[in-house]
Write a protein that binds this ligand. Structure first.
Ligand code: AMP
Ligand code: GLY
Length: 435
C-alpha cells in the first residue's frame, strides 16, 4: 500500500475527457499533494493544467499503459465505462493505487438488474420493479401494470436507457425497442427492468467510501431534460447546483440510514466492498426518499459544483478512500456557500448536432468571475477552439448563496458564443423555491 500523506510527491493521472474531468483536474491541481498532473484522454481545458495522453475508455489496458509509461503514483477515474470494464481491478493487479470501484462493485451502475436485486435483498427503498429478458413476459407484465411506468435497459446506455412512459402505447413501444427483433439498445437492452413510476423531486447524493466508512460531499440537483421547465428528451445533464436546499439535515440522515449504509453493508456482505464515489440519485416521494439509480462515479455535471465546495484536500480524501483509511475524516463535513453550472450545448443535442463551430468569449466569461470548463471542445489546425460534442462547455460560478451564484453564472455565460449554442435559462430555479 502506497502512502503519500503530506508529501507533495505525487504524479496524478485523471482518466476521462469531459467537463467532470476538467473539474477534477482543477481541484487536484490545487492540492499540495499533487506534483504533476496528467490526463487520459483529457481535453483542451485539461491541457492547460497538465499533459494529455490518448487512451481508449473501454480498454483498461490502454489506460494502464499510460500509468506505467508515465510512472503515475495515483489515478482517479472519471467515467463509468472504464470502471465497469475493470480498470480498477487491472491497476490493483499491477500494484498501482487507483480511486474507483472494482468491476464487480461498479455493477451497481453497470447492471440495473444487479442494483435492483441488491436493493431488494438489503431493503433499500426503490421503485417496485421486475426484470425481463423476453418480450412476451414483459408485454404481459405491462398488461397487468398499466402506465405510467418506467422501462429501463439494464446495461450502460449513456444516460439514455430509462424511458419514462406516461401511456400504455409508449410502454409497449419502449419494451419492443429493447427486447424486440431490432434491439435498439443493443446488449444493454437485452435485460429490461420495468418499474413503478415515482412522483417527486430528484436530488443527487455523493458518498466517498473506502468500502466501510464514508464521507458525504455536497448534495446537488441535476437538470436532465434538454429544455426549460424540464421539457424535452433526457440528456447527460444540462446544469446543476449544490448544495440542494431540498436535502436538509433530516433528509440527509434518512438517506444515510436507509440507503447509503445498507448499500455499503450489503456490498461488504456480498464480498464486493464498494470503494469509490457512490452517487445515489434519489426521488423524494410521499413515502420518503427512494433510489432512482446508483452511479459508480462522480456525476457530470454535478462534479463541477460539488468539488469546488469541498473544503478539504480532495486528493487526500480520495487517496484515503483507496487505501481503506477514511475513518479519520468527518462523515458530513460542513458545506458553505453555493455553486452552479450551466451547460452550453450544441443545437440538436441529445440528438444529432453540428460540430466544429468556433468558440469565443471564454476569457471575458472568466474575467467576470466564473470558471469555464471544457466538455466537448477541440483545437482546430490553426489553434482555434472549436465545439466537438453535444455538451460543449460548462460555466461554473460560486458565491455565498444560490441566487448570487446563478446571477454570476448567467452573466458570464452571455460572454460566450458559438454558432448553434443553446442552454437552459432555468438552472437552479427549483432550488430557489426550496431556499
Ligand atoms: P436513470 O437512468 O435510471 O437515472 O433515469 C433517468 C431519469 O429518468 C431519472 O433521473 C428520472 O428523472 C427518470 N426516472 C427513472 N426512474 C424513474 C421512476 N421509477 N419514476 C419516475 N422517474 C424515473
Ligand atoms: N448527471 C447525471 C450523471 O452523471 O449520470
Amino acid at each position: 500500500m502506497l502512502m503519500f500523506e503530506n508529501e507533495a510527491i505525487m504524479k496524478i493521472l485523471i482518466v476521462g475527457g469531459g467537463g467532470r474531468e476538467h473539474a477534477l483536474a482543477l481541484t487536484v491541481k490545487k492540492s499540495p499533494l499533487c506534483k504533476e498532473l496528467i490526463c487520459a484522454p483529457g481535453n483542451p481545458g485539461t491541457a492547460l493544467l497538465g499533459k494529455n495522453f490518448p487512451a481508449d475508455m473501454s480498454d483498461p489496458q490502454s489506460i494502464l499503459a499510460v500509468a506505467l509509461a508515465e510512472k503515475v503514483d495515483f489515478t482517479i477515474v472519471g467515467p463509468e465505462i472504464p470502471l465497469v470494464a475493470g480498470v480498477v481491478d487491472l491497476f490493483n493487479d499491477n500494484g498501482l493505487t487507483i480511486f474507483g470501484p472494482t468491476a464487480a462493485a461498479a455493477a451497481l451502475e453497470g447492471s440495473k438488474a444487479f442494483s435492483k436485486a441488491m436493493m431488494e435483498k438489503y431493503q433499500v427503498p426503490t421503485a417496485l420493479h421486475q426484470t425481463f429478458t423476453d418480450l412476451d413476459s414483459a408485454l404481459a407484465h405491462l398488461k397487468a401494470n398499466p402506465a405510467p411506468v418506467v422501462v429501463k435497459a439494464s446495461g450502460l446506455a449513456a444516460g439514455k436507457g430509462a424511458l419514462v412512459c406516461m401511456t400504455d402505447d409508449e410502454a409497449v413501444a419502449a419494451v419492443e425497442s429493447m427486447l424486440g427483433a431490432d434491439a435498439q439498445f443493443g446488449e444493454a437492452g437485452k435485460t429490461v427492468v420495468i418499474e413503478e413510476y415515482m412522483e417527486g423531486e430528484e436530488a443527487s447524493i455523493f458518498a466517498v467510501s473506502d468500502g466501510q466508512n464514508y464521507v458525504l460531499l455536497a448534495s446537488a440537483q441535476d437538470h436532465k431534460r434538454a429544455y426549460d421547465g424540464d421539457e424535452g428528451p433526457n440528456t447527460g445533464g444540462m446544469g446543476a447546483y449544490a448544495p440542494a436546499p431540498l436535502v436538509d439535515d433530516a433528509l440527509l440522515n434518512q438517506v444515510c440510514e436507509e440507503i447509503i449504509e445498507p448499500t455499503l453493508i450489503g456490498m461488504q456482505k456480498e464480498g464486493i466492498p464498494y470503494v469509490g464515489v457512490l452517487y445515489v440519485g434519489i426521488m423524494l416521494t410521499k413515502e420518503g426518499p427512494k433510489v432512482v439509480e446508483y452511479n459508480c462515479r462522480f456525476g457530470d455535471p454535478e462534479a463541477q459544483v460539488i468539488l469546488p465546495l469541498y473544503k478539504g484536500d480532495i486528493v487526500q480524501l480520495l487517496l484515503d478512500a483507496s487505501n481503506d483509511n477514511l475513518q479519520k475524516h468527518p462523515k458530513n463535513p460542513p458545506v458553505e456557500g453555493s455553486a452552479a453550472i450551466v451547460v452550453l450545448a450544441s443545437d440538436g443535442y441529445p440528438g444529432d448536432y453540428e460540430a466544429h463551430k468556433e468558440i469565443s468569449g471564454i476569457d471575458r466569461a472568466e474575467a467576470s468571475g466564473a470558471q469555464v470548463l471544457h466538455a466537448g471542445t477541440t483545437l482546430g489546425a490553426d489553434g482555434k477552439l472549436l465545439s466537438a460534442g453535444g455538451r460543449v462547455l460548462g460555466v461554473v460560478a460560486q458565491d455565498e448563496n444560490l441566487k448570487l451564484t446563478l446571477e454570476k453564472a448567467y452573466a458570464a455565460l452571455k460572454e460566450i458564443h458559438f454558432q448553434g449554442c443553446f442552454y437552459r435559462q432555468d438552472i437552479g430555479q427549483k432550488g430557489l423555491k426550496n431556499v
